[in-house]
Design a protein around this ligand. Structure first.
Ligand SMILES: NC(=O)N[C@@H](CC(=O)O)C(=O)O
Ligand SMILES: [Zn+2]
Ligand SMILES: [Zn+2]
Length: 430
């Protein structure tokens, strides 16, 4: 295996130093290191070294929608975005509700070699919301599933949600809830408010999200299990989670990059690239989720990378699919929304995008501080770079980025997975 010497890099939360990678590990960090003769040299002056990013919420679409994304193309986009691990959502076809499917997705990730793939198992059979899936068999499989979600749909039946929380408690698993009361969002197209009235699009009230979050926090307090809230998007949701944590109730939550930056006003274009679940909200909501992420109410950023082929997005708003891509732009959007606004430091970002998602997902070898002996999963970022988002340059199979035309700060220069570069000079290595 080739050794790599990365020189003059700012270690996140620490000093400027050199890093030596060999045999899949960080061998040493410091100055005047003892370097093997044949080591490759990377001059990293001006760059920041971050632990490899971990995405707890990615849609890789394989099996079933390989026209939108595959494990290979999705993890390639992840590596370009600085990620070394992604959790693959279960809303595939077939649904990832058996040990067989999660093992297949896990293995495809290993074969692709761009980022480790940790499958999320469905909570209910076929994500139909009526019968618990074989959660224990998925947990015991080679994929070692610890996070379960019917994402795309809410586990709306309170009794079933209770049973799921009880079941995973036996092995310390987590239920990740897509919080959307379906009776309140029938035909919903965008955030409910004055603008949805003006545009003539059916509204999606904040309370559809907030009522499920409140219910599930109480259910989980009753059961004593682990609850995670997917893509939290409203001010009221932040307030509920903040109050729960203050009372010592166990809950973790994520926010997406797009909910940290974009508002419902974009729907006025009727361009379905801005159509997403949950919908883009108001400026007050954006401010609240930023504050929630800054003060730790919201634990992590997760991309909810949701690739869709052109024919599913390039149509009338009401017919278009929900979802936007996000793996390649996540770090830049978070830098723009949270670091350039001085709400977070780079060390905080490492916490929200690497350490804590790895802890919630219960994986080792990712989300570890950069120090000698740790697995060499890391990414080098140029914080001073500026770049225009050009969909055609994406390494994802899909093009539905809502950030097209924006100039964003920061650029991932290199990513290493167990000491092997998956990205160099901003480009995938294979
Ligand atoms: N976020 C979305 O708008 N879409 C997701 C499903 C989901 O995350 O709920 C998808 O699978 O396309
Ligand atoms: Zn969802
Ligand atoms: Zn999702």
């Amino acid at each position: 295996m080739t050794a790599y010497l990365i020189t003059g890099v700012k270690i996140v939360g620490g000093e400027v130093a050199d890093i030596l990678l060999n045999d899949g590990e960080i061998v040493a960090i410091g100055n005047n290191l003892d370097v093997p003769q044949d080591a490759e040299h990377i001059d990293a002056q001006g760059l920041i070294a971050l632990p490899g990013l971990v995405d707890l919420h990615t849609h890789l679409r394989e099996p079933g929608r390989e026209d939108a994304e595959t494990v290979l193309t999705g993890t390639r986009a992840a590596a370009v975005g600085g990620f070394t691990a992604v959790f693959a959502m279960a809303n595939t076809d077939p649904v990832a509700d058996t040990a067989g499917v999660v093992e297949q997705v896990w293995r495809l990730g290993r074969e692709a070699g761009y980022a480790d793939v940790f499958p999320i198992g469905a909570v209910t059979v076929g994500r139909q919301g009526t019968q618990l899936a074989e959660l224990g068999a998925m947990a015991d499989s080679a994929a070692r599933v610890r996070v379960f979600s019917d994402d795309g749909d809410c586990v709306w039946d309170a009794a079933l949600m209770r049973r799921a929380l009880e079941y995973v408690k036996a092995f310390g698993g987590t239920i990740a809830q897509h919080a959307q009361e379906p009776r309140l969002t029938k035909g919903a197209q965008m955030n409910e408010g004055a603008l949805s009235g003006v545009l003539g699009l059916t509204g999606w009230p904040s309370v559809a999200e907030e009522s499920i979050i409140a219910r599930d926090i109480l259910l989980n307090a009753h059961v004593g299990s682990k609850l995670h809230i997917c893509h939290l998007s409203t001010k009221g949701s932040v307030e509920i989670v903040r109050a729960a944590k203050k009372r010592g109730l166990e809950v973790t939550a994520e926010v997406t990059p797009h909910h940290l930056l974009l508002t419902e006003d974009l729907a006025a274009s009727y361009n379905p690239v801005y159509k997403v679940n949950p919908p883009l909200r108001t400026k007050a909501d954006v401010e609240a989720v930023r504050e929630g992420l800054a003060d730790g109410t919201i634990d992590i950023v997760a991309t909810d990378h949701a690739p869709h082929p052109v024919e599913d997005k390039d149509c009338e708003w009401s017919a278009a699919a929900f979802g936007m891509t996000g793996l390649e732009t996540a770090l830049s959007v978070v830098q723009h929304a949270m670091i350039d606004t001085q709400l977070l430091t780079w060390a905080d970002l490492a916490d929200r995008m690497s350490y804590r998602p790895a802890a919630i997902g219960q994986i080792s070898d990712h989300g570890q501080p950069l120090e000698a002996g740790a697995a060499a999963n890391l990414t080098l970022v140029d914080p001073a770079a500026q770049r225009a988002v050009v969909p055609a340059e994406s390494t994802s199979l899909s093009r539905n980025t809502p950030f097209e035309g924006m100039t964003l700060p920061g650029r991932v220069v290199a990513t290493f997975l167990r000491g092997t570069p998956t990205v160099l000079d901003g480009k995938p290595t294979k």
